[in-house]
Ligand binder design. Structure first.
Ligand SMILES: *[C@@H]1O[C@H](CO)[C@@H](O)[C@H](O)[C@H]1NC(C)=O
Ligand SMILES: *[C@@H]1O[C@H](CO)[C@@H](O)[C@H](O)[C@H]1NC(C)=O
Ligand SMILES: *[C@@H]1O[C@H](CO)[C@@H](O)[C@H](O)[C@H]1NC(C)=O
Length: 535
C-alpha cells in the first residue's frame, strides 16, 4: 500500500527546489518530460487520499510520556467484543496491544497488536508488515488478514479467514512515525533498511523475552508492497542475530512477500510489459516507454553504486531533519552522493509508471479491474473512525496519541531507500534453508506479478536452474484453481487469481490456505510415487 498527508506551501516550494535540483544533477535530456513534476510528498498525499484516509498529522510525533519510557514492553489485554462466531475457537482470546521503547533510538515507541491463535498457542508466530512506506499495519488488520473487520456501524465482525486462525499474529506499526508508533526526536526517523530492520529486531527480542514460550514456535515474516523491501532486510537481520547468538534465538523458518517491491531495476522494467499484456497501453505507447528504460536502469545502477546497502545510513547527513523535508532533502542532495542518485532514480523511474497511468486514465493501479472515482480508489476510512473512538483508544492503551494511518513524512524519508535492490540478501537465506514465498495478485499494476516473477527467476542461487525448470502447477483451494505456482526447494512463487494488490482482502480463503500450507511446508505438492503431482 502506497501512502501519504498535508504539505505546507513552503515545503511545496522546497520540493520544487529539490525537483529542479534533480534535473540539474542528472542533466537528463528528456527533462522536458517532467513538465508534470513528480513530487514525492505530493505523490504520497495523493496516495493517502486515494484510500479515503485523512490523518491529521503527516508523521506521529506524539510527545513521549516519560513515565512509560522504560525500555520494556508495556502491554494491555483488550476485548473489543466482535460479533459473530469466532471459529475455530479456543476459550479465551488473548488479544493484546502494546508499546515498546526502542533501545537504539532517542525517543521512539513502537506500537503493535498481538493476537493469540484461535487454534493453538503452539501455532507459528507470524508478523505482518504493511508497506507504504509509512502506512499502518492496521490497514491489513482490519481490511485483509486480521481477526475481524469493521462494519459500517463500527461493530467488529469476526473474519473467518483471519490469519490468527492458524498463527499467533503480530501487526507492527513501522517505520517509526507510522500508525500509533511515534518519536519526539527527529533523528529516530528511518531512511534505510538497516534502521528499519534493527528496530524490528529490537522489538522482536523484547517480545520474545516477555513470551519465552512463543520463542520455541516457528516464526514467519510476512507483509505486502513496500514490505518487499523491509522483509528481506528483516529476515537477514534475524538470521544474522541467530548466527551471532546475539539475543534470544528466533526460530525463523521463512518469509513471504505479497505484491512487493524488492528488485526495482527488474520491476520497473516490467511495467510496460505488464501494461501492454493487460491492454492498458497500445504498441506505440509501449515502444515509446521502452526508450525511457535505459535511463531508469542507469539511474538505479548509480543509486546502487554509490553506497552499499549496509552503508546507506551513512549517506544521510547527520542534521537530516525529517520535520522539514525540504531542508533534509536539499541536504541529502548536496551532501550525499548515494542519496542524490537514489532520490533521482525514484523520480526518473516513476516517470515510466506515471506515463502509463496517464494513458490508462482512472484505472485503479492496485487492481486494474477497478476504477478510481476521481482520486478515490478504496475507502478505508472506517479504520480511522474506529481507532479514533474513545472507548477503543482506552481499550488499546493509546490514550490521546494520534493515529497516523499513513505518514507522508515517513514515505519521504524512505525515498533514498526506494530504488535499492533488496533481492541481494535473499540467496544467503535460501542457502541456509529459510523458505521464501513470493506471491502476487494478478490484477495489481503497481507491484505486478510479472515484475516479481522476473526478479525471482533472475535471482542467482544454487537452485536457480532447477527453479526455472520447475513446472507451473495449479494452486487449488477446495478443488478449484486459485492461482498458479512454481517451487523449488525453499523458494516458491505464486500468482493469485482474481486478486489485486491486497490478496488477503480480495481472496481471503485462498490467502489463508496459502499461508497454512506454506507454513506446513506443503505449498509445493509432494510428488506421489507415480511422479504425478497431487492436487
Ligand atoms: C452493525 O452491523 C452489523 C453488520 O451489518 C450487524 O450484524 C449488527 O447487528 C449491527 N449492530 C447494530 C447495533 O446495529
Ligand atoms: C491447530 O493446532 C493443532 C495443535 O497444535 C495442530 O495440530 C493443528 O495443525 C492446528 N490447526 C491448524 C489449522 O493450524
Ligand atoms: C495508442 O494510444 C495513444 C494514446 O495513448 C494514441 O494517441 C494512439 O493513437 C494509439 N495508437 C494506435 C496505433 O492505436
Amino acid at each position: 500500500m502506497k501512502p501519504a498527508t498535508m504539505a505546507s506551501s513552503s515545503s511545496f516550494s522546497h520540493l520544487l527546489f529539490s525537483f529542479f535540483t534533480f534535473c540539474l544533477i542528472l542533466s537528463f535530456s528528456y527533462a522536458a518530460q517532467f513538465s508534470t513534476p513528480y513530487l514525492p510528498k505530493l505523490q504520497a498525499e495523493k496516495l493517502i487520499r486515494g484510500l479515503n484516509l485523512f490523518p491529521k498529522n503527516d508523521i506521529n510525533t506524539a510527545l513521549a510520556d516519560t513515565s512509560v519510557m522504560a525500555p520494556k514492553i508495556v502491554e494491555k489485554q483488550f476485548s473489543l467484543n466482535p460479533l459473530g462466531d469466532p471459529k475455530p475457537s479456543v476459550q479465551e482470546f488473548g488479544h493484546h496491544a502494546g508499546y515498546y521503547k526502542l533501545p537504539h533510538t532517542q525517543a521512539s515507541r513502537m506500537f503493535y497488536f498481538f493476537f493469540e491463535s484461535r487454534n493453538s498457542t503452539k501455532d507459528p508466530v507470524v508478523i505482518w508488515l504493511t508497506g507504504g512506506p509509512g502506512c499502518s499495519s492496521e490497514l491489513a488488520l482490519f481490511y485483509e488478514n486480521g481477526p475481524y473487520h469493521i462494519a459500517n456501524n463500527m461493530s467488529l465482525m469476526w473474519n473467518d479467514y483471519g490469519w490468527d486462525t492458524v498463527s499467533n499474529l503480530l501487526f507492527v506499526d513501522q517505520p517509526i512515525g507510522t500508525g500509533f508508533s511515534y518519536t519526539s526526536d527527529e533523528s529516530d526517523i528511518r531512511h534505510d533498511e538497516d534502521g528499519v530492520s534493527n528496530d524490528l529486531y529490537d522489538f522482536l527480542q523484547a517480545f520474545f523475552k516477555e513470551r519465552p514460550q512463543y520463542a520455541m514456535n516457528d516464526f514467519f515474516i510476512t507483509g505486502e508492497s513496500y514490505a518487499g523491501h523491509y522483509i528481506p532486510a528483516f529476515a537477514a537481520r534475524v538470521h544474522r542475530g541467530n548466527k551471532a547468538k546475539e539475543g534470544i534465538h528466533i526460530n525463523l523458518k521463512g518469509f513471504a512477500i505479497g505484491n512487493g517491491l524488492t528488485n526495482p531495476e527488474i520491476q520497473y522494467k516490467a511495467y510496460p510489459d505488464y501494461a501492454l499484456n493487460m491492454r492498458l497501453i497500445n504498441q506505440s505507447d509501449y515502444e515509446s516507454l521502452l526508450k525511457v528504460i535505459p535511463t531508469c536502469e542507469k539511474a538505479i545502477k548509480t543509486c546502487g553504486m554509490n553506497s552499499s546497502p549496509s552503508l546507506s545510513s551513512s549517506s544521510i547527513p547527520l542534521h537530516y531533519s525529517p520535520f522539514s523535508f525540504s531542508k533534509s532533502f536539499r541536504s541529502t542532495l548536496s551532501e550525499s552522493e548515494g542519496g542524490d542518485a537514489c532520490s533521482a532514480s525514484y523520480v526518473v523511474c516513476n516517470n515510466i509508471f506515471n506515463r502509463i497511468m496517464r494513458i490508462a486514465g482512472d484505472v485503479n493501479y492496485y487492481d486494474i479491474r477497478r476504477k478510481c472515482d476521481r482520486d478515490l480508489c478504496y475507502d478505508f476510512s472506517n479504520m480511522e473512525t474506529f481507532l479514533n473512538q474513545e472507548s477503543v483508544r482506552e481499550a488499546l492503551g493509546v490514550g490521546n496519541i494520534d493515529f497516523v494511518s499513513c505518514s507522508s513524512r515517513v514515505y519521504e524519508a524512505m525515498l533514498v531507500d526506494w530504488m535499492r535492490n533488496l533481492e541481494v540478501g535473499i540467496p544467503a537465506l535460501l542457502e541456509d534453508g529459510i523458505r521464501a514465498l513470493i506471491y502476487a495478485g494478478e490484477y495489481d499494476l503497481i507491484c505486478n506479478w510479472l515484475g516479481n516473477s522476473k526478479w525471482v527467476h533472475a535471482m542467482e542461487w544454487s537452485g536457480q536452474k532447477d527453479f526455472g525448470a520447475a513446472p507451473t502447477l495449479p494452486f487449488k483451494v477446495d478443488g478449484a484453481e486459485a492461482g498458479q505456482m512454481k517451487s523449488h526447494g525453499p523458494l516458491s512463487f505464486l500468482k493469485v487469481h482474481d486478486a489485486g494488490h491486497m490478496v488477503p482482502m480480495d481472496q481471503p480463503k485462498a490467502s489463508l490456505h496459502m499461508l497454512r500450507s506454506w507454513m506446513q511446508g506443503q505449498l509445493a505438492m509432494p510428488k506421489t510415487e507415480h511422479g504425478i503431482y497431487r492436487t
